[in-house]
Design a protein. Structure first.
Length: 329
């Protein structure tokens, strides 16, 4: 009987151990399919103590809604300003710990001098030569993020108000079609996706994000409540380091990233080559200088009627990763 009991115990232990070893799941959303593909190629998640489930969503608004509906746990790369827009449009104050979501890490392009994040484009043979010429014309953008903000700040740069132009909210692909066909007079987009129009002489850049003093940074966003859970916080911190590893891999594997962009996003080779270099990002410390810049953008959005009320951007950031960022630099 003792032998039999010992055998039964030996059989039972591996079964229980296998069940206990089932890794937790981190549900991550992104708006870019190539991010999912290149993350896999980079191997940045190979030894993760959790399993990542990816969701491909259309907009930053969709990503935040998914976080709040508890269908995802982390948005990989919303625009930092996307959360500002959401705070500005919220019916509830985010003060006193009431922020529903929090930016746990903010990123800026590694080479922002040679590769811009956003551009405002007009037709080369059109009547718009200066920002003030946007008056009476239409401009299209993707709602809720960096493109939205680039459009608003472009109008403000011209000394205009939203009432002076016609805003047309379209996704980037639809916006390009509308611009090419002459249905709209200007558009905002990432420069890589409109470079062929500029190179062909059909369009020209009216303003870059630098021209309107807009960093156009990206953000990793989580539910605020999850940061109060030690286990979940540890997972989020670990994923942050893997995002950094992924960006470093992209910087040293540009040819592989280009291939993914061509095959997955159906981009032309020259567009893929530009984007492979432009979309390499580094985390920045959320310090007083950073917050001052983000607050300036938030105030400009309010003045441009992009948000209905002034916001305090410090309410949407968490600084616990600053030491990790400093150590990595």
């Amino acid at each position: 009987m003792r032998i039999l009991s010992g055998l039964l115990l030996a059989v039972a232990l591996p079964i229980g151990a296998a069940h206990a070893a089932e890794p937790p799941v981190l549900r991550v959303s992104t708006q870019m399919k190539d991010y999912i593909e290149t993350f896999a190629l980079s191997g940045a998640l190979n030894d993760a103590p959790y399993r990542v489930e990816w969701s491909l969503l259309g907009t930053a608004t969709d990503e935040t809604a998914s976080l709040l509906a508890n269908t995802t746990d982390l948005a990989l790369a919303e625009g930092t300003v996307s959360v500002t827009l959401q705070q500005g449009g919220s019916q509830k104050s985010w003060a006193d710990g009431q922020a529903p979501v929090t930016i746990i890490a903010a990123y800026v392009p590694r080479d922002s001098v040679h590769y811009k994040s956003m551009v405002t484009l007009v037709r080369a043979d059109g009547p718009i030569h200066t920002p003030s010429d946007l008056k009476g014309h239409s401009i299209t953008f993707k709602k809720g993020g960096n493109m939205n903000t680039q459009a608003l700040l472009s109008v403000k740069k011209g000394g205009l108000t939203p009432q002076d132009v016609t805003f047309v909210e379209l996704n980037p692909a639809e916006g390009l079609v509308a611009f090419r066909s002459g249905q709209v007079d200007a558009l905002t987009n990432g420069p890589a996706l409109v470079q062929n129009l500029v190179d062909s002489g059909k369009a020209r850049v009216l303003l870059t994000n630098t021209d309107v003093d807009f960093p156009a940074g990206l953000a990793t966003v989580v539910r605020t409540a999850d940061l109060k859970d030690a286990s979940r916080e540890a997972t989020i911190r670990d994923f942050f380091h893997r995002v950094r590893r992924w960006n470093d891999w992209k910087a040293s594997h540009e040819a592989e990233v280009e291939k993914v962009l061509i095959q997955t996003n159906h981009l032309k080779p020259e567009t893929a080559a530009y984007l492979a270099r432009a979309d390499i990002n580094d985390p920045v410390q959320v310090d007083s200088a950073f917050l001052a810049t983000e607050q300036r953008i938030a105030d400009a959005l309010f003045e441009a009627a992009g948000i209905p009320r002034r916001v305090d951007v410090s309410l949407q950031y968490d600084t616990r990763l600053n030491a990790d960022i400093a150590a990595g630099q």
